[in-house]
Design a protein around this ligand. Sequence first.
Ligand SMILES: [Fe+2]
Length: 372
Amino acid sequence: MAIEVSSVPDTTASLEPLEKIDAYEHWQKSEGAPIVSGFYIQDLNALELGRWERKGGSGAIVNLEGTGGVNDMHVVEIAPGGASVPDRHIYESMIYVLSGRGSTQVWYDDKRKASFEWGPGSLFAVPINASYRIFNSSGVQPARYVAVTNAPTIISLFHNHGFVFDNPYQFEDRFGGEHDFFAGEGTLHRGRTLETNFVPNVHTIQLHDWKARGGGGTNVMIELAQNSMGAHVSQFKPGTYKKAHRHGPGAHVIILDGVGFSLLWREGDESRQKCDWRPGAVVVPPENWFHEHFNSGPDPARYLALRFTGLHFKQRGAHQSGGADVSVKLGGAQIEYEDEDPAIHELFERELASHGAVCRMKGLVPWCKSAL
Ligand SMILES: [Fe+2]
């Protein structure tokens, strides 16, 4: 005997789906500056910019795939003799100067301003929510900088422009208006970690041995302005490459000096993304993708990484770089040379030959046939 089922009216039939709001995307579009996306950028110096009122000059907002949406990069150019309008925001910002000279004023209280000068290669962070103005001191040359910010995370989380851009809170635990906040050498901690608020030139900053990452590499980790985000500078010798490793999203690797390439791949994926680079290039390794940097030119290669996570303040929920120089076989995040696909070394040898350079990996990579 059939059982009769009384029909239940579908109360959801006439309801509209809940709108998905991307507050960061709305903000980005409302700024009016060009929006750039992609896997990597070959030359930040040549990136085409458009008018960006908030920055008092021209600029572009860059979202590279490897950020996974956690952070972004603002490329800004201030005209000769120009200055930005005062700005402040609840998101963090680390600024690296590509070219030009100028000064920056920073304040919570406009009667107590910290002021400092910068030039090509300078690195600094505007303390969170401090007001700031950036001045180009040259009457002839434009000044171009990049700022890596956690605006995407902060704007998405609070989705309220008044809270993010017009908030009176002063983070006195980070910045007390000290006039010498951006002066001084900083403090070097164990583990090659420099705590400072200003680096005059990342091209010449003192680096320290980091044998475990290979490639005869040297490095300094940089913690700026009590930020949650962090930076580091690494250098490796001509004819060498560093060991592959992986970590969380958002590390903007900006090439400072040298010629070479990076390989990036998902675990188990045969095909690898290859990014050729020279100074001014930037690549962001996607979350958990292995990546490896190769110096195929005649000079040392040096890069600046501006990361989503720093070392001093643990970011809960964010993928940390723990075990960054420990083998994956021991639970770390690094592939030792002897565990690497031999095809990688073959590619490196071919690249070196095309630049007339020689391999210096003898004794490090078991199948390296170089005499050096
Ligand atoms: Fe990395």
